[in-house]
Each structure stands twice: as structure tokens, then as C-alpha cells.
Design a protein around this ligand. Structure first.
Ligand code: PLP
Length: 376
């Protein structure tokens, strides 16, 4: 059965045609290893360098501060473990939040097993982490604070600039998982004041299996991958040239149309909410007002979110319940639990994340489909 309405852009996005075209030469004719010394290697080497410059410019960084990874998960693992492993006596604490992606939370579980301490910050009803809360958790042994820029389930944008300032005043490093934010809101790493930032190309119409970690000049981390001297000796492994080039093209495209995207997606989400309200449905919108454009987490009273998802799927519409990684796990998502959605609504949660490929018509149809299913 064909998916007619794709409304799960936080899980992944389609590869942009321009990115796809830009990737082709590096997969076939120009296949040289960028580290080699002959002519066939020169162009791929240059392509990686140019992509690094493009990506750096998109987030206000310097090219040498961008390290390519296999995606958001590797970038998150590197930021956390790379910082923790600098302290080999394992006497250190990491602070993160209770609503992070599992790429952060499960890495923290691993670090706990290695002997480190981890503090999980609570969030308010909107999923916001307050500066005062962070201040209460900082200890002398705290090495790193890692707070996501935007949440993948409820879209909440966190006050990263304020939180990074607090961490720095205390002498800790600050990392942000910006996988859901890069390409969708304007980011300047210097203005945010972060030391490290993770991103993933497939969340902004780039290819899957490629991402990057921004590491501020002067910040040192331990490497996770050992071998060759790629990525300035910090991340071994032959570069995914096509992926890197595709990621740069996709990110540049997003940055160029970011205002247009924000306005359009706001229009679509307003339309959807209005249509659901007009249909008289009883639901709450999770995540407060300052959210990633196009992102809606809705909890319907007395409904089973997973059943709703499957009924929508039968109609050719793709939405999520919790995060994509939780798709096979029927228990309530840790994010919905952390923001304290009441039991009557919590199990009826679906995540709708709209993108530029969604039309006004599709949005109206999606609202009709939900109303129709819930009416029954
Ligand atoms: N962090 C967040 C907030 C995410 O939403 C995701 C993916 O859903 C990841 C990290 C993992 O990224 P990747 O799929 O590139 O490994």
C-alpha cells in the first residue's frame, strides 16, 4: 500500500533531488580515496574540504571545527564518551535531561556502568529545562552538560544559550544534540555558546548514515574510532565522500529557505489544529509554544495512540507515536512521562511532523482522517 501523506519528518526525510545529483559522481566515476596521493584522489579530497566549509558556514563555525560522523548517534556518543574518557580515573559527573534521545540516554547508561555519575534534569510541563534547575545539579566533579536543542517528540526548543552560560560559569563543557534543529531553525554556534553540537543529514533531506559533530577550537575530546588520520586524526575511517557532499548541499538548501519553511509549516500546523478543534476533538498540544516548525505532539483523551497510528497507516498516512526508535515499544514514551501528561490523555499521543513536501490539501485530509477515526 502506498503512503500518500508522509507526516513523520522528525523520523527521517526524503533525499533532496539536488543532494542526490551532487552525490552521484562520488559514487561512481570519482571514487578515489580522499587520503590517497594521486590524481583520482584530488577531487574527492577537495569535495570533502568544500563541503566542510559549506557546513561550517551554515552554523557559524570554522571548517576545522566540523568533524564528519556516521550520523547523530555517533556524534552524541563521541561528545559524551570523548569528554568522559579524558578523565581516566572515572571520577566525573555528566548532566543531561530526562527527555533526551536514546543516543544520549543509553550512552549515559553505558558511562554509568563504566563508573561515571549521571544526573538527569527534570523538565517542566512544556518540556523546558530551567536554568535554576541546572544550577542546583552542578557539582565540582561535573565534566559536561548535554542538553538537546530541540526535542524529537514534542519539538520544544530549549534555552541553550542560557544553559551553556551557566555550565561555563561553573567550568563545565556544554554539548547540545541539535539533530532535530539543524536546518530547521537558524543556528550560530558562537551565539549559542556551545562547545559541541551534533547533527544528522537525514533530518534535513540529506542522505542517511552521515552527520557531524562540531567541536569548538581548543576543546579536546578522546577519539572513539582509532585507525587512520582522517578528520584531523580525531575520527579514523575513509570518508563517506558522497554522503558528505550530499549533506552539505541539503543543509545549504534548507538554510536558504529557512524563513519560508518556518512560515509555511506554521500555516500548516495552525490549519491542522484548527480543523481538529472544529471537529470537537478533546486533545492537548504538548511542548509549549516555542517548537520546531511543523512539529506537533497531540494527546487525545481516552484514545490509544498506537491504534490511531495503525488506522491512519491503513489510510496511507504515516505519523509516529513516540520517537521512531520507540515504534515497536508500546510503553509510554519517556518524554510524555517526563512532561507529566495526565493518564487520560497520555496513551492517546501521536507525533505529527510536517515538512515542505506536505500540501495544504494533505493537512486538511489528515485532520479529516483523524476526526473520522476518532468519531467512530
Ligand atoms: N538525536 C535526536 C534528537 C534524534 O532525533 C535522533 C534521531 O532520531 C538522533 C539523535 C540519532 O540520529 P541518527 O539517526 O543520525 O543516528
Amino acid at each position: 500500500m502506498r503512503t500518500l501523506i508522509y507526516a513523520d519528518h522528525a523520523a527521517t526525510t526524503a533525499l533532496s533531488p539536488a543532494a542526490c545529483a551532487a552525490m552521484q559522481p562520488w559514487l561512481q566515476d570519482k571514487y578515489g580515496n580522499p587520503s590517497a596521493l594521486y590524481n583520482l584522489a584530488r577531487e574527492p579530497h577537495k569535495a570533502v574540504a568544500t563541503a566542510r566549509e559549506t557546513i561550517a558556514a551554515c552554523i557559524g563555525a570554522r571548517p576545522e571545527e566540523i568533524y564528519f560522523t556516521s550520523g547523530g548517534t555517533e556524534a552524541d556518543n563521541w561528545a559524551l564518551m570523548g569528554t568522559a574518557f579524558r578523565k581516566l580515573d572515572r571520577n566525573g559527573r555528566i548532566i543531561t535531561s530526562s527527555i533526551e534521545h536514546h543516543a544520549i540516554l543509553h550512552t549515559c547508561d553505558f558511562l554509568k556502568r563504566m563508573g561515571y555519575d549521571v544526573d538527569l534534569l527534570p523538565v517542566n510541563r512544556q518540556g523546558l529545562i530551567m536554568g535554576e534547575t541546572l544550577k542546583g545539579y552542578l557539582r565540582n566533579e561535573t565534566l559536561l552538560v548535554s542538553i538537546m536543542l530541540a526535542n524529537n517528540e514534542i519539538g520544544t526548543i530549549e534555552p541553550i544559550k542560557e544553559l551553556a552560560e551557566i555550565a561555563h560559569r561553573h567550568g563545565c563543557l556544554f554539548h547540545t544534540d541539535a539533530v532535530q534543529a539543524v536546518g530547521h531553525i537558524l543556528i550560530d554556534v558562537n551565539n549559542l555558546g556551545v562547545d559541541m553540537l551534533s547533527a544528522s543529514a537525514h533530518k534535513f533531506n540529506g542522505p542517511k548514515g552521515i552527520g557531524f559533530l562540531y567541536i569548538r577550537d581548543g576543546v579536546t575530546t578522546e577519539s572513539l574510532l582509532h585507525g587512520g588520520v582522517q578528520e584531523n586524526g580525531q575520527r579514523a575511517g575513509t570518508e563517506n565522500v558522497a554522503g558528505i557532499v550530499g549533506m552539505a548541499v541539503a543543509l545549504q538548501e534548507h538554510i536558504e529557505r529557512i524563513e519560508q519553511e518556518t512560515t509555511y509549516l506554521q500555516k500548516l500546523t495552525d490549519l491542522l489544529l484548527q480543523a481538529l478543534r472544529n471537529a470537537g476533538l478533546d486533545f492537548v498540544v504538548n511542548g509549549g509554544d516555542n517548537r520546531i516548525p511543523g512539529s506537533l505532539s497531540l494527546s487525545f483523551r481516552g484514545v490509544d495512540g498506537e491504534t490511531l497510528l495503525h488506522r491512519l497507516d491503513l489510510l496511507g498516512t504515516a505519523v509516529a507515536t513516540g520517537s521512531a526508535c520507540d515504534a515497536k515499544n508500546p510503553i509510554l514514551s519517556h518524554v510524555i512521562r517526563a512532561i507529566g501528561v495526565s493518564d487520560a490523555y497520555a496513551h492517546g499521543t501521536i507525533r505529527i511532523t510536517l515538512g515542505m513536501d506536505n500540501t495544504i490539501d494533505q493537512t486538511s485530509v489528515l485532520a479529516e482522517q483523524i476526526s473520522h477515526i476518532l468519531d467512530k
